[in-house]
Design a protein around this ligand. Structure first.
Ligand code: DGT
Ligand code: CA
Ligand code: CA
Ligand code: ZN
Length: 584
């Protein structure tokens, strides 16, 4: 087992112990150990092999032994027994917001509830509200949480879907019987979550392609298979549909199965208005349903299909019936941003707070990715669980960054780290005073502990935007896709405040976040509010989130000019100075 897997097991043990009502110190020791391992910069296997686990703060002998067992055998009998001793339903109840181990114990002891289903029934019968310390409001919140959990279970993160779909599309593309192929559906439209993955292939040998597809290593189970299509379950539990069509049908099938449904309906209407019929098999010179090849309008690709319906080409990300038809009727659509336009990032963490890597390693990695700059914006002191920085440590970090940049300059390299902070927005204002913020290249302000009141959250975000030292607001709603709903925020009001103050908004491109949501970017853009696409990287691999974020920005109709981190370093420095100078 690697470090992350071991950390996940330890964290789970901590939760299970708490659920069992064991000594809180014991469960906290596991949670702390998990966090420690996550932040480890040395390989865990090395520490184990050299018997140096004892050097880690707070890891006693019992924990050392368990970590060693996990690393060397990949299993831990203690964990398996612990898990078996607790009803799985109780563990699942932890996923419902507002329910911690203590409340779950209470529900079991007083109402005999030991599963999500039993909990739902108890809520519907009003028995939870009647419990001391719960009440009507809590009961309603639990029911809402159960409904969300059910919705979450039906969908998958875009990043997870891409991880299984991309190897499959590569394999299909390389198959000799495949003429053209593509992903379709929500994945091709770059939706933030995916129900199932869709593939479209053109070939003269459908049988051979289907045979090849269902035999791929990523395919776990075949649900259905006909002469031209198959439905399968991919590893990770995601379902996928594959359709094989003739190459003449391909552009129509691709457009149809890319959707969205709302977009398709308008396309069909446009066809009918021109005396034509559009379906997944073609665009036909007919006033009734048909799939007669003799009546098919010849379109070699989607662009020709759009043109035949009086439209400029519409990129898949925009096919949501949210204004793309009016725009494509008027002429070519704007050139949307691509991830290769991005020159750096303005929100990232290092091992000074809860990130994994050192400043040196981050600089080298970012430079190797072809980027020009990378801001280090670790957490501020209020985020103590993330080892947030106080003014003294921050000052020291800034000096380290300056020294590193001097070494880069001396070596004749253009890449630079930028100094910064992700300062917490607290109830009473920012977590650090203005004079501390004034010394930094980049200041991101984020609401990490939102209130349940929309007015309160909105007020706090607007106040942060009004601070002349704050360049951008980080992940404005704090949502975690398929895990946590967005905090209530009056986003138009916040965007208006950003427009008035020259504050930028982050499009956080961690695949759990994609926050600000793509649906709000057209309004932001109309107000002149600039976007910063930030991976919020906590380790090297997160650089790749930039590509995901650029796709989401495309969905929000953003062009390179709308996105601050398309600027080269010198222009970026100018942009960073703008708001501060304006305030003077
Ligand atoms: P998902 O899978 O829930 O993330 O979303 P999609 O958009 O991938 O939906 P899916 O897989 O059910 O169908 C793929 C596309 O096929 C969809 O975007 C549009 C097209 N499509 C499927 N069913 C219908 C339909 O009943 N009417 C129309 N107009 N299009 C449909
Ligand atoms: Ca789909
Ligand atoms: Ca589908
Ligand atoms: Zn953050």
């Amino acid at each position: 087992m690697d470090k992350d897997q071991v950390a996940a097991v330890l964290a789970e043990i901590g939760v299970l112990l708490e659920l069992k009502g064991e000594n809180p110190f014991k469960s906290r020791a596991y949670a702390n150990a998990a966090r420690l391992l996550e932040g480890l910069s040395e390989p865990l296997e090395k520490l184990v092999a050299e018997r140096r686990l004892g050097e880690l703060k707070g890891i006693g002998e019992a924990l050392q032994e368990k970590i060693t067992t996990l690393v060397t055998t990949g299993r831990l009998p203690y964990y398996e027994e612990l898990k078996a001793s607790i009803p799985p339903g109780l563990v699942q109840m932890l996923e419902i917001p507002g329910l911690g181990p203590k409340r779950i114990q209470l529900l079991r002891d007083k109402l005999g509830v030991d599963s999500v289903e039993a909990l739902e029934a108890a809520c519907r019968a009003g028995r939870v509200a009647a419990l001391e310390g719960f009440g009507e409001k809590t009961q309603a919140k639990i029911l809402e949480g159960i409904a969300h959990r059910r919705q979450y279970a039906e969908r998958h993160l875009l990043s997870d879907a891409l991880a299984v779909a991309e190897p499959l599309i590569e394999a299909l593309r390389a198959h000799p019987a495949v003429t053209r192929c593509s992903t379709a559906g929500s994945l091709r439209r770059w939706r933030e979550t995916i129900g199932d993955v869709d593939f479209v292939v053109s070939s003269r040998a459908a049988e051979a392609v289907l045979e090849f597809f269902v035999g791929q290593p990523g395919v776990e189970r075949v649900l259905a298979r006909g002469g031209t299509k198959a439905s399968v379950v991919l590893s990770g539990g995601l379902q996928a549909d594959l359709r094989v069509v003739s190459d003449a049908e391909y552009p129509f099938a691709l457009a149809y199965f890319t959707g969205s449904k709302a977009h398709n309906i308008v396309m069909r209407q446009r066809a009918i208005a021109r005396g034509l019929r559009l379906n997944e098999y073609g665009l036909f010179r007919s006033t009734e349903e048909t799939r007669d090849p003799a009546l098919r309008e010849p379109c070699r690709d989607e662009a020709e299909l759009f043109a035949r319906l009086g439209l400029a080409y519409i990129p898949p990300e925009l096919r949501e019936d949210r204004g793309e038809f009016a725009a494509a009727e008027a002429g070519p659509l704007p050139r949307l941003i691509e991830w290769t336009d991005l020159k750096g990032s303005l929100h990232n963490h290092s091992n000074w707070s809860d990130g994994r890597n050192s400043l040196e390693d981050i600089a080298r990695h970012a430079e190797e990715q072809g980027l020009e700059y990378w801001a280090i914006t670790d957490h501020s002191r209020a985020s103590f669980q993330a080892n947030g920085l106080d003014p003294a440590r921050l000052k020291k970090q800034v000096r380290d960054i300056q020294a590193l940049n001097r070494r880069l300059a001396d070596a004749g390299r253009a890449f630079r780290l930028l100094s910064g902070i992700e300062v917490d927005i607290l109830r009473e204002g920012l977590d650090l005073p203005d004079e501390v913020l004034a010394d930094l290249d980049v200041v991101v302000a984020s609401l990490h502990v939102p209130s349940s009141s929309e007015a309160e959250n909105t007020k706090r975000l607007i106040r942060a935007a009004e601070n002349p030292h704050v360049h951008l607001l980080g992940h404005p709603t704090g949502r975690l896709l398929l895990r946590r709903e967005p905090a209530p925020v009056n986003l138009p009001a916040v965007l208006d405040a950003c427009a008035a103050t020259g504050t930028w908004i982050e499009l956080n491109c961690n695949p759990y976040r994609f926050d600000l949501d793509w649906r709000h970017w057209p309004y932001a853009r109309s107000r002149g509010v600039k976007c910063v696409i930030n991976p919020d990287a906590h380790r090297f691999e997160h650089t790749g989130f930039l590509r995901l974020g650029a796709g989401v920005a495309r969905k929000g109709w953003l062009t390179p000019a709308d996105v601050i981190n398309t600027l080269p370093l010198e222009k970026l420095r100018g942009a960073l100075n703008l708001k501060r100078r304006r305030a003077k």
